[in-house]
Each structure stands twice: as C-alpha cells, then as structure tokens.
Design a protein around this ligand. Structure first.
Ligand code: ADP
Ligand code: ADP
Length: 219
C-alpha cells in the first residue's frame, strides 16, 4: 500500500516560477527511495510539499501528517542554547511529553545513533557529523513513519559522509521507517536506495525511475 501518493502535482511559487510540473509518484511503506537531480530542478520543493510545508498549486497529494514525518535538512539547525539531549527532546516536548517520561526513549535513541557520550554537549562543541547525528535523532524521536532528508550529508567530508550513509541504512533496517532522500550524488542514490527517481529540467519533471535490483554490496 502506498504511504505517499502524488498525482499530477504542480508547484508554482508566488514569484511566478513553475518549479515542479505534473509529478506522479508513489512510495510504499518501508521503501528507501532516492530523489536525484541537478540543483534547481525542484527536489526540495517536492520534499517540502510531501512534508506539508508548501502547498501544491495543482494535483493531489497524500502523505503522512504532523509527527508521523521527520525532516532532516542539510543545515542541522540545532538550538545552540540546549544540549544534545534537550535538542532531541524538542519534538516530544512540543507534543507535551515531559523530560522524565521521555528520558528512556531519548537515551536509547542517542545510543543507537552513537551520541551517548555527547548527551550533555552543546552544538558548538560538536563536529559536523555529530551535529547531523543529533539532527537525525531529533527527526526520529517521534518514531515517524516517514523520514524526509534534503541533501543531509552534502556539507560533510567524505569519510564522515560514508559513515553516516552506512549508519543510515542500519537505522532504516532497524526502525523500518519509509525514507525519501534527496541528493545530487549518483553514488549516494545507488548506495542507499532500492529505487532512484531522477528529476530534471525547469520546470522539474520526473524523467526516469531506476530500480536498484542488485543492492550495492553492504558488507
Ligand atoms: P532543488 O532542490 O532541486 O535544488 P528547488 O526545489 O530548491 O530545487 O528549486 C526549484 C526552483 O524553484 C528553482 O528555480 C528555485 O529558484 C525555485 N524556488 C525554490 N524555492 C522557492 C521559493 N520559496 N520561492 C520562489 N521560488 C523558489
Ligand atoms: P537547494 O539546496 O534546494 O538547491 P538553493 O540553495 O537553490 O536550494 O536555495 C535555498 C532556498 O532558498 C530554497 O530551498 C528556497 O527556499 C529559497 N529559494 C530559492 N530560490 C528562490 C527564489 N527564486 N525566491 C525565493 N526563495 C528562493
């Protein structure tokens, strides 16, 4: 059954730019899908519409709502005045879950993303990779059905990036969320996903869909 379903979706910004045109897309629960394409072809726009952060101009869209969706941006956007634990707690706090009640879940999550030692560190004390881990933990703490990622690792060095790609597949296998991952790296798309959707042009359209039948060797 489809978790995400887009039918003939258009997005025209108030500036007049037609960013996305006639996009058809279905993603089943549990899939890991990569959205690949050059800068400016509308990938972020698609992700923001799926997240409900931007309204389509035409067409229909079905996707999980509210806390059922986690979102990870290229910039980790952590609260500088709060430590890692409190940054990860934020979505639960907004949902009304007190710190003491959330503690066990947060500690287990910090353990699984490799942040146990850093629970009481502040963002300014963290490396780029650790900030990104914190950002991913914050997105996963509500146990979302869907994790949307917009070029999350593009600003990281290659070694950190590969480690995060490896770990992300592990978290996906363990937690069974559906993943939609925007990238302009062919390597990353093929390494992570079982299906690569290629966007191109202005306005951006879906121009190809490539199944990755033989998963990349993952050790
Ligand atoms: P990508 O993520 O593939 O780089 P974007 O979705 O960011 O592409 O942008 C697609 C097109 O829409 C670009 O022409 C961009 O300038 C335009 N665009 C993106 N966001 C906005 C916005 N908030 N307002 C107006 N135009 C935008
Ligand atoms: P991306 O990382 O998706 O390639 P860009 O670096 O092109 O995005 O742009 C960053 C953000 O700036 C976009 O996601 C969008 O919100 C905003 N933006 C881009 N183009 C425009 C535009 N023409 N008018 C207003 N906002 C824009």
């Amino acid at each position: 059954m489809a978790l995400i379903e887009l039918h003939r979706l258009d997005k025209r910004y108030t500036t007049g730019t037609l960013a996305v045109q006639a996009l058809d897309l279905q993603i089943a629960a549990g899939e890991f899908v990569a959205l690949l394409g050059p800068s400016g072809c509308g990938k972020s726009t698609v992700l923001r519409m799926v997240a409900g952060l931007e309204a389509p101009s035409a067409g229909t869209l079905v996707a999980p709502e509210g806390q059922a969706t986690g979102y990870v941006f290229q910039e980790p956007t952590l609260m500088p005045w709060a430590d890692v634990f409190d940054n990860v707690w934020l979505p639960l706090r907004i949902a009304g879950m007190r710190r003491a009640i959330a503690r066990h879940r947060i500690e287990a999550l910090l353990q699984s993303v490799g942040l146990s030692e850093f629970a009481h560190a502040y963002p300014s004390e963290l490396s780029g990779g650790m900030k990104m881990r914190t950002s991913i933990a914050r997105a996963l703490v509500t146990q979302p059905q869907l994790l949307l990622m917009d070029e999350p690792f593009a600003a990281l060095d290659e070694i950190t990036r590969q480690k995060l790609n490896d770990d992300l597949l592990g978290w996906w296998q363990a937690q069974r969320f559906t993943a939609l991952f925007v990238t302009h790296s062919v390597y990353e798309a093929v390494f992570l996903s079982r299906r690569v959707l290629v966007m191109s042009g202005r306005p951006g359209r879906l121009v190809a869909e490539v199944p990755i039948d033989e998963p990349y060797p993952r050790g």
